[in-house]
Design a protein around this ligand. Structure first.
Ligand SMILES: Nc1ncnc2c1ncn2[C@@H]1O[C@H](COP(=O)(O)OP(=O)(O)OP(=O)(O)O)[C@@H](O)[C@H]1O
Ligand SMILES: [Mg+2]
Length: 262
């Protein structure tokens, strides 16, 4: 199963990515979590030790040069657009609590997207992870879907857009949906997060009438406190963990993907 997670800044994409990864592992799947947000913090949320010491792929200059023929930041007339990447998940993923993690990192963008060596390597790597790996792949993205393409849209079993009760995150959900349509990505679902009461749930359902909702995660101050105390979020909130398990079940029942169980 391949799951991509997007949504407005701060809505809870990384929380969902990390807790879903944990639940899939709990149910016996092998999971590779990909941090594709330039402000990467999935490692910290998953409790990896010393997350600040992890070098993102986009900063591995020697590797990028070896695979694409050009160094990042270099004005290179030619570089390989389809570099070899199939060995990278084994070499450069980290493992903690049975979850494999790859941190993609930031790309310095020009005005019209990035035709740069590090962009080519990341794109090829994400495409490979989505098309050729057997694991459950969980992709933590930013408020867009630029890591996805027409070529990978079909393999995404679910694009989950996280929303919180508020108009801006709903507007972002519509914008992401329209980007997804551009690449023919159809399997979109919503997860509501930070819900405090029934009327917030009704607000989301009525604001997004044509969408499938996979679940509603309650707001829990315990998560905020765990964050402040730099403690792992994973065991912070029983109500949230319970809802993530429901979302996991909803994902299984709405996607027919054959996934490899350990
Ligand atoms: N259900 C919740 N209850 C309370 N706090 C929450 C909840 N979900 C997320 N948070 C808090 O909100 C903040 C943002 O969450 P998170 O980092 O998961 O969002 P994000 O969408 O990944 O943000 P970014 O766009 O910065 O990557 C974090 O401090 C997190 O602890
Ligand atoms: Mg995040």
């Amino acid at each position: 199963m391949k799951i991509a997670i997007s949504g407005k800044g701060g809505v809870g994409k990384t929380l969902l990515a990390s807790l879903l990864s944990t639940v899939f592992v709990e149910f016996g799947y092998s999971v590779i979590a990909i941090d594709a947000d330039p402000d990467a913090n999935l490692a910290a949320t998953l409790g990896f030790p010393h997350p600040e010491k992890i070098t993102p792929i986009s900063e591995m200059s020697t590797l990028i040069e070896e695979r694409t023929g050009a160094r990042p930041g270099q004005i290179a007339p030619y570089f390989k657009l389809n570099p070899k990447v199939d060995d990278l998940p084994e070499k450069y993923s980290l493992k903690y609590n049975s979850i494999k993690l790859m941190v993609m990192g930031r790309i310095k963008r020009g005005g019209t997207g990035c035709y740069c060596p590090e962009g080519a390597l990341l794109q090829a790597l994400i495409t490979h992870l989505l098309l050729a790996r057997d694991e459950v792949v969980i992709l933590d993205m930013e408020a867009g879907i630029e890591h996805l393409s027409r070529g990978t849209a079909r393999t995404v079993d679910k694009l989950i857009i996280v929303v919180e009760p508020g108009r801006r995150s709903v507007e972002t959900a519509y914008r992401i949906t329209s980007l997804a349509k551009d690449i023919s990505l159809q399997n979109i679902a919503i997860v509501g997060n930070k819900l405090r009461n029934q009327s917030e749930r009704e607000f989301l359902i009525s604001s997004l009438p044509d969408f499938e909702f996979l679940g509603f995660i309650p707001y829990d101050q315990a998560v905020v406190e765990a964050d402040l105390a730099n403690l792992p979020l994973l065991d912070a909130s029983q109500p949230i963990t319970t809802e993530i398990r429901n979302i996991y079940q909803a994902l299984l029942s709405t996607t027919q993907a054959a996934s490899t169980i350990n």
